[in-house]
Design a protein around this ligand. Sequence first.
Ligand code: GLP
Length: 242
Amino acid sequence: MAEVVIVGSEEEAGELAASALVDLVRSRPDAVLGLATGSTPLSTYRALARRLRDDGLDVSRVRGFALDEYVGLPPGHPESYRAVITREVVEPLGLTPSLVHVPNGDPETIRTAADDYERAIADAGGVDLQILGIGRTGHIGFNEPGSSLASPTRVKTLTEQTRADNARFFDSPDDVPVHCITQGIGTILRARHLVLLAFGAAKARALADAVEGPVSASRPGSAIQLHPHATVIVDEAAAAEL
Ligand code: GLP
């Protein structure tokens, strides 16, 4: 059963998650962070940048693995998750760029990219703390409903709902890629600590399904119930259906 913490605001949630990350880096200077994209983790990254600056912690050896990437965006596209992770995480936190990994969404090499990524995570010794958001479809990473709970990193097709939800980041809805490469649910479950964040009423149903619903591939977020150390940090609106 996941521990659920209901906080007053997104900022407060960010402070809490950042504290867990600071404690981790303090005890393990070469910690492996599991990084999520989307709007949800931004308050955590902001709080973490502030805390690292204030505490003067050395993060030069901290490593990171992003959850997912779009397939087929041109290199350097500002909404590729590689670009987002650089802009929102690597630069503000002062991480060493070569130690922060994002799945490779280049169609030319996609056949081997998933296995390569899975191996790179294992070679790093696994993820210490994985930050997660949750999609309105209940997805974690880009594991849409129907994803096996044991799935490895692989290429997936995005649902129309997720493409519509992410259209706000692109000039036109048609520009949202159809395919992605994502850590699997099995991959995510191997992280040693999961911290799932959710804010706003639009996430209430998916969050309740994840925390209290039956554990099922049709509700990918419910996989967190299988994890021995999962923390869920939500605001009141997202907690409304618990
Ligand atoms: C995105 C990402 C997920 C994220 C989720 C929620 O598409 N691939 O990792 O957790 O959907 O996004 P947001 O935080 O913007 O609501």
